[in-house]
Design a protein around this ligand. Structure first.
Ligand SMILES: Nc1ncnc2c1ncn2[C@@H]1O[C@H](COP(=O)(O)OP(=O)(O)OP(=O)(O)O)[C@@H](O)[C@H]1O
Ligand SMILES: [Mg+2]
Length: 242
């Protein structure tokens, strides 16, 4: 682990959608400034729930989350956006009836003055979107929508970006692009916490991975270590990893 300060500290989270039914049963994660973190685990493990709990969308009944030392447990999403947290959900992550540019404007609604400057910056990362800025998001392919969603989250210039399965449903080429772009965004100084179904690619690019199982963060190690871990190979990477 780097010797940078901790930026996100989730300690022993219990959280769920309905009272008395916890989906997260003690999730702990410590993320340092500038890290690229990958979260892997089986379907239904609580990966999306964990990101939603960090972003104030699922109530946390016990445990705490801090952002750069400030307690943000159960803080509302708009307050979190103001504090520099961006979230790209797994599904329904664009406004289909709005154009690409309007979607990006929505991303900057808390800081409209910065819109132009941010649009330029984000446009450099996603030139394709700029070429098609007046096209309605609803008429885009899955991969293009994913791009719009990521670009929208970046419009607020987040310090921490939460990504839920950014490569899901994309062709292998588009998946590669998404992983490369995520790493590029990370290299501009954005701390990234990414949930991924594509465990191998995710572990290849992340600094550290977490394995989430049954609502508990089972273990963590560097991406490289997890790629060689016999249990991770057996459960998440298949025999090709051996
Ligand atoms: N809105 C909801 N209301 C009630 N229960 C939910 C809701 N969303 C998810 N759950 C339940 O929470 C558990 C964890 O779901 P979650 O979506 O966090 O898993 P996941 O690890 O992201 O899975 P996947 O890999 O399939 O995306 C599941 O048992 C699911 O049924
Ligand atoms: Mg999920």
């Amino acid at each position: 682990m780097s010797d940078k300060p901790v930026i996100v500290d989730a300690d022993d989270l219990i959280a769920g959608y309905l009272p008395g039914i916890s989906i997260l049963n003690g999730c702990t994660m410590q993320v340092k400034e500038g890290e690229l973190i990958g979260i892997i685990g089986p379907n239904g493990a609580g990966k999306s729930t964990f990101l939603k709990a960090l972003f104030g969308l699922v109530p946390i009944s016990a445990g705490t989350v801090t952002l750069a030392g400030e307690d943000i447990t159960n803080m509302r999403a708009d307050q979190l956006v103001k504090r520099g947290v961006g979230f790209v959900p797994q599904t329904n992550n664009v406004f289909p009836s709005l154009t690409i540019e309007e979607n990006l404007e929505m991303g900057a609604y808390l800081a409209p003055k910065a819109f132009k400057k941010q649009l330029e910056r984000v446009g450099d990362l996603f030139p394709v979107l700029m070429d098609r800025r007046s096209q309605r998001a609803g008429s885009l392919s899955g991969g293009e929508r994913q791009m719009v969603a990521m670009a929208r989250a970046l419009m607020m210039d987040p310090k921490v970006l939460l990504l839920d399965e950014p490569s899901a449903g994309l062709s292998p080429v588009r998946q590669d692009e998404t992983f490369l772009r995520t790493r590029e965004i990370n290299r501009t100084g954005v701390t990234v916490i990414m949930v991924e179904q594509n465990a191998r690619r995710c572990l290849q690019i992340c600094d550290r991975g977490y394995v989430l199982d049954q609502g508990t963060s089972a273990y963590t190690a560097t991406g490289q270590e997890l790629l060689k871990d016999p249990k991770v190979i057996e459960l998440y990477l298949g025999t090709l990893g051996a």
